[in-house]
Design a protein around this ligand. Structure first.
Ligand SMILES: [Zn+2]
Length: 441
């Protein structure tokens, strides 16, 4: 008893988080009125606001890929990682993780299915190849999207694949097919080819010839590491994307900059803040990896590349943070977790928040496929318990992807509470006390 009394007299921020977790259940036994405290002293609203303000400022020009604006953001995140005392990934000189994308522009398409030529409108492909010829003798996996299937799910599932696929989409999806056909998407140098054809037949003989102009472009993730004390080969990842939509046409007020304060400067701010928080505590038994991804807005390429550089078996958990600047649909002090029931991560996070004012909910927008639409998706597909935490009201977020997604529209107090809740709730996972179930295939 006196041991706990002594601990209680120590200011909360001086007690390592893992020890606070150990004491918590005992304290609750002694007094039911003792509530879990979010880590207030080491995560301050003014610091959260400082970071958010810089990332969403007009001079970052909307942080669009391949622009000076995103370079400026990358330099800022690097400085913050350095001041947090993070290490680069093993084998890297700094926090920058470079990779190459191939942008393409279609110049020629010729397709015949069982001897009949196909309207070029009824085919689109994701491929890095300048000249692609595919026939029934090519070793392509055939995938069928039949009437009544979930075409959206298939589309996202094969968005990033290292093998070659021929995806035959039933003509009942013609409207959606045309929409997807206009999605301009680059490919990794290493990607497989994915060819989508709108047809209700299953051709025995076919010839698909595609020519396209290709341009190589370089992109950069920022990755920093806080090595674990005893479980160095067990990783817990905190991540968010730092890219956004750049500069567009001016709105009625003459504003042309898509600041992306909520999407996803808020998540990036959380990642930097958590890096500084855990770096000060320095009691993480597992290795923590902090990642700011590029190219989410054009197809989640940054996270896909990052994820493939890791051994998925070593990744114990990924907490991706996306759009936490607004109140969730349940109001303040709450957020939702995508794929809530796919693992027991949410239950563990919830357990660690017991007695606090904060609550996590299941993703209320299952139709939107958020679990497979965010930067957690690549690792989740490999079985890693990788979830996204968000407050975004996907059905009614009025500033989503507009020039009005600015700092002034965010609730910085609530956002700070969310970051505190993430810090507290992940404690037992970081300490190696809880291991989250894998995602079932
Ligand atoms: Zn976005």
């Amino acid at each position: 008893m006196c041991k706990f009394a002594k601990e209680e007299s120590v200011p909360e921020h001086l007690i390592p988080a893992s020890r606070r977790f150990l004491f918590l259940p005992l304290l609750i036994l002694f007094s039911s009125s003792v509530a879990a405290q979010l880590p207030g002293n080491l995560i301050r609203q003014y610091e959260v606001t400082r970071i958010e303000k810089i990332l969403s400022a007009d001079d970052m020009q909307g942080r669009q890929v391949y622009t000076p604006g995103i370079e400026k953001a990358a330099a800022f995140i690097s400085r913050e990682f350095k001041s947090a005392g993070l290490e680069p990934l093993p084998g890297s000189q700094d926090y920058r993780q470079h990779f190459t994308m191939i942008n393409t522009k279609l110049t020629e398409v010729r397709v015949t299915l069982d001897g009949q030529s196909l309207d070029p409108e009824r085919i689109f492909a994701f491929s890095a190849a300048p000249d692609l010829l595919v026939t029934q003798h090519s070793h392509y996996h055939k995938v069928f999207v039949k009437k009544g299937d979930d075409f959206g799910e298939v589309f996202y599932k094969y968005m990033d694949e290292s093998q070659d696929f021929l995806i035959l989409v039933d003509t009942s999806f013609s409207k959606r097919f045309m929409r997807y056909a206009h999605i301009h998407m680059p490919s990794f140098k290493e990607s497989g080819n994915r060819i989508f054809i709108l047809t209700s037949s299953n051709p025995a003989q076919f010839s698909i010839h595609i020519k396209q102009d290709t341009i190589k472009k370089s992109l950069t993730n920022l990755v920093g590491v806080l090595p674990g004390i005893s479980l160095k080969n067990e990783y817990v990842i905190f991540s968010a994307h730092y890219d956004h939509l750049g500069i567009g046409k001016p709105d009625a007020q003459g504003d042309s900059i898509y600041n992306g304060a909520n999407d996803d400067a808020s998540g990036t701010t959380a990642v930097i803040t958590l890096a500084k928080y855990f770096s000060k505590l320095k009691n993480n038994e597992r290795t923590l990896i902090f990642a700011a991804f590029t190219a989410e807005e054009i197809g989640e390429f940054g996270s896909a590349y990052f994820s493939k550089q890791l051994d998925p078996d070593k990744v114990m958990a990924m907490l991706n943070i996306e759009m936490i600047g607004m109140e969730s649909k349940w109001g303040k002090n709450s957020a939702y977790i995508t794929g809530y029931h796919k693992t027991d991560m949410a239950a563990i996070l919830e357990k660690n928040l017991k007695g606090s004012k904060f609550k996590f909910y299941p993703d209320p927008y299952p139709d939107q496929q958020l679990f497979f639409r965010s930067d957690n998706a690549t690792l989740a597909k490999l079985g890693v318990p990788a979830h996204t935490i968000s407050t975004s009201k996907m059905d009614s977020e009025q500033f989503y992807h507009t020039q009005k997604d600015e700092l002034e529209t965010l609730d910085m107090k609530n956002m700070t509470e969310i970051i505190r809740a993430i810090a507290l709730s992940a404690g037992s996972i970081i300490a190696g006390q809880d291991t989250v179930q894998r995602v079932k295939p």
